[in-house]
Design a protein around this ligand. Structure first.
Ligand code: ATP
Length: 223
């Protein structure tokens, strides 16, 4: 078992099997004891979440009951201000200076990394594991600001992530999961038949919670 801690940030509006299976795939591939999902309180690069933080947390808790190796870390919800990943990584680094941190991002999120607050500092704090996502090209060799990081940091052997606390990029192809929170919100916004459309994409307990609390119902902002 590796001593590294896995981390998956997101809006989780709502959490779905794409998030959960990606996190679990990385956990198993890198032999991590735990992957923590950390929901953003105030995501910097997008509109405010549709569901409240309390609802998003409640849905995550229900979802994680199916995945004993995954855990919830609510620090970004508790922290005032924008939910910058770099601040979360700095907190985690201060807690355990030599423990490897493994930040998991989908290929779409990785492509946008240079827009993140203090993005180059992220490599000083954590390894970055990129998981494949349908419709998102994995950077063969990315151009632009990611090119140098890719050239210097890409590792083909995951064992390299255990030998130091941060700084590597590793790509893990996972079975394609064509699901997104946006598509789920859109489907649910179409009415009761939308609930059937998303069955199988989110854990049943999460779907029951959404239904019970009438989340994502026909709202103009449910995009
Ligand atoms: P939205 O549609 O609202 O943008 P999303 O489904 O992309 O949401 P986020 O909470 O924004 O979900 O994603 C958090 C992280 O999970 C990101 O790194 C994203 O790339 C990754 N991720 C989300 N869905 C998948 C998926 N189906 N396969 C692989 N990675 C995913």
């Amino acid at each position: 078992m590796s001593s590294a801690l896995g981390l998956l940030g997101g809006t989780f509006d709502p959490v779905h099997y794409g998030h959960l299976r990606a996190a679990e795939a990385v956990r198993l591939a890198l032999r991590l004891a735990e992957v923590r999902l950390f929901p953003a309180g105030d995501p910097p690069h997008r509109a405010a979440p549709v569901a409240t933080a309390a609802h998003r947390l409640a849905m995550l808790e229900l979802a994680l009951a199916e995945f004993p190796g995954l855990a919830l870390d609510a620090r970004e919800i508790a922290r005032p201000g924008k939910s910058y990943t770099v601040l979360t990584l700095e907190e985690l680094r201060a807690e355990a200076p030599s423990r490897p941190l493994v930040l998991i991002v989908g290929a779409d999120a990785f492509a946008g990394l240079p827009t993140w607050h203090r993005w180059t500092a992220i490599f000083d704090l954590a390894h970055v594991v990129v998981v494949t996502r349908p419709d998102s090209q994995l950077p063969g060799t990315p151009s632009g600001p990611l090119a140098a990081a890719w050239r210097e940091r890409l590792q083909r052997d995951p064992a390299a992530l255990e030998t130091r606390p941060a700084g590597a990029i590793y790509v893990l192809p996972i079975p394609p999961q064509p699901v997104s929170s946006t598509a789920i919100r859109r489907a649910l916004g179409t009415g009761p038949e939308g609930v059937d459309a998303v069955r199988g994409l989110v854990p049943p307990a999460v779907l029951a919670y959404i239904d019970r609390n009438q989340l994502y119902r026909s709202r103009p902002d449910a995009t």
